[in-house]
Design a protein around this ligand. Structure first.
Ligand SMILES: [Fe+2]
Ligand SMILES: [Fe+2]
Length: 311
């Protein structure tokens, strides 16, 4: 089977992009970051304005909530890299170009809102946060899907949903209704982004089933959260998983499986040998995730029991 070129795919999917862009614009609710930030709680910091330096005592959030908020914010901060990736793939023209701009503007709002909240409430050390942002953005972000439109669409379908869940659960764990409301608002945006990309890839499955099935298999097999380049990410993501904010069980049951179900991956008809082989890899990957998620849950339970016994 001959593969469709990137240009042919762009052309084939253009009407789907136009339709889903309209859908997105009709569903997206306008919201304002400044309305989600408790400004009157703010105090001037040290430095040129001679206020008070941040201290550990300023923050009332649980440690794990702060870790998750930092990871979520740094992830949003790398927007220029993500923009570069999708703008290079999708191009500036027509509905594709409009989507790139709109999506970028919405994502930009997330970083603004979360940073304002963290700074005003003194939830995290602003100096450490800024230094982490500098390191993270200087490194930038790229993944092995940069050059392939189908792999990128598959990746963002999973990633937007993963981010939605991570924001939602982070909000819950802060114990601060203000933060929870903000992160729920952000999560609602991520959900619409997921739907957009998921619909697009669903259409690609019809246009180029074998090629798309292979892209899905490849993306799942090396899926990593977009924050993977953050300093200390491995340690932070264990903390986040132990707290139930984002773990393997959620990755499998709440992200990978429902997206695959929406695409009806296991019932797509008319696959060639290559598509069938890719679908087998997807099934094997789901099984592997199931085992890994169960192992993780057992370990987490054992750890919790040990901690409880000690206390
Ligand atoms: Fe976002
Ligand atoms: Fe998003």
């Amino acid at each position: 089977m001959t593969e469709l070129s990137q240009t042919a795919l762009l052309h084939e999917l253009e009407p789907v992009v136009a339709k889903n862009l309209d859908r997105h614009l009709s569903m997206a609710k306008e919201w304002f970051p400044h309305e989600y930030v408790p400004w009157s709680e703010g105090r001037t910091f040290d430095g040129p304005l001679g206020g008070e330096a941040w201290s550990e005592r300023d923050s009332t959030l649980p440690e794990v909530a702060r870790t998750a908020l930092i990871v979520n914010l740094l992830t949003e901060d790398n927007l220029p890299s993500y923009h570069h990736q999708i703008a290079s793939l999708f191009g500036p023209d027509g509905a594709w170009g409009t989507w790139v701009g709109r999506w970028t503007a919405e994502e930009g709002r997330h970083g603004t809102a979360i940073r304002d909240y963290l700074t005003v409430t003194r939830a995290v050390d602003p100096v450490a946060l800024e230094r982490a942002r500098m390191v993270h953005m200087t490194a930038g972000y790229s993944n092995s899907h940069d050059s392939s439109m189908l792999r990128s669409l598959a990746y963002v379908s999973f990633q937007e949903l993963a981010t939605r869940i991570s924001h939602r659960n982070t909000g819950r764990i802060t114990g601060d209704p203000v933060c929870e409301a903000l992160l729920s608002r952000v999560a609602a945006d991520e959900n619409l982004h997921m739907v957009f990309y998921r619909n697009l890839l669903g259409a690609a499955l019809e246009v180029a089933p074998d090629q798309t099935m292979r892209a899905i298999a490849e993306v799942l097999e090396d899926f990593q959260m977009p924050g993977v380049g953050i300093e200390g990410f491995a340690r932070k993501s264990v903390t986040i998983a132990l707290a139930g904010i984002y773990d393997l069980r959620q990755h499998r049951d709440d992200v990978v499986a429902p997206v695959l179900r929406q695409w009806d991956v296991f019932n797509v008809a008319g696959l060639g040998a290559e598509g069938e082989a890719a679908r087998d890899r997807i099934a094997a990957h789901l099984d592997g995730l199931e085992q890994a998620a169960s192992r993780f849950e057992e370990k987490r339970d054992a750890r919790a029991a040990k901690l409880a016994a000690r206390a």
